[in-house]
Design a protein around this ligand. Structure first.
Ligand code: 13P
Length: 248
């Protein structure tokens, strides 16, 4: 049985004060429901939120990680730096990074490897745009996104990774994929991995992201290949994030 996981992606929101309040609110409402829970906070808040999370079951993550070990890469944050603040997870390849900041399948694969070299679990985001879906390219896009990482890291690397299916057209739009639409792609991803390694496919957590909310989480999480969620907007409110977590 796979363990479920709910991850909040705070994106570029909040202040230090509001982030502390949010983290404290989530911690106060944590219940033991046999699922893991984490928040991916803005880099600059990692030290403070790391202190608050210490000794709790709420894990910490970053929203990205540098694609190199260290050196003259202005503005980047290395995996070694993240590990100093107890980051368990790092999101790589979020569609906002791919769309606005030029992350490519290859650079995402490099970020994935950098995270793993510091024992940080990469949360690899994959997903198609609306145009790609309408042109029936969803699976081809996902193949390319997964293949780039498999080519660089090898399939074995997926034994310590999480995949998040985030259809770009569902992110921040209020348009959630239906339970069946999401399940279809999650199943496809698991089969894609299974063709290379059945054991890893059975074990890997595949999260859904894209306008997941307290009122639609239960249906999504009930799908056989959906192991939890990567939550944007609804993770900025402790109560709604906890409700989603409790929907597992
Ligand atoms: P929303 O939940 O705001 O649609 O964002 C999803 C997401 O991008 C999580 O990484």
């Amino acid at each position: 049985m796979r363990r479920s996981l709910v991850v909040g992606n705070w994106k570029m929101n909040g202040t230090l004060a509001s982030s502390e309040l949010l983290a404290k609110g989530i911690i106060a409402g944590l219940s033991d429901n046999n699922a893991d829970i984490a928040v991916c906070v803005p880099y600059i808040y990692l030290p403070r939120i790391s202190e608050l999370l210490n000794g709790t079951s709420l894990s910490l993550g970053a929203q990205n990680v540098g694609d190199k070990v260290s050196g003259a890469f202005t503005g980047e944050i290395s995996a070694a730096m993240l590990s100093e603040f107890n980051c368990k997870y790092a999101i790589v390849g979020h569609s906002e990074r791919r769309t606005y900041y030029g992350d490519t399948n290859v650079s995402v694969a490099e970020r994935f490897c950098q995270a793993q070299q510091q024992n940080i679990i990469p949360v690899l985001c994959v997903g198609e745009t609306l145009e790609q879906r309408e042109q029936d390219q969803t699976f081809a896009v996902i193949d390319a996104q997964l293949d780039a990482v498999i080519n660089l890291a090898g399939i074995a690397a997926f034994s310590t990774a999480v995949i998040a299916y985030e259809p770009v057209w569902a992110i921040g739009t209020g348009k959630t994929a239906t339970d069946e639409q999401a399940q279809e792609v999650h199943h496809y991803i698991r089969q894609f991995i299974a063709a290379k390694d059945q054991t890893i496919a059975d074990k890997i957590q595949i999260l859904y992201g894209g306008s997941a909310k307290p009122d639609n989480a239960k249906g999504l999480f009930a799908m056989p290949d959906i192991d939890g969620g990567l939550i944007g907007g609804a993770s900025l409110d402790a109560e709604s994030f906890l409700k989603i977590y409790q929907s597992i």
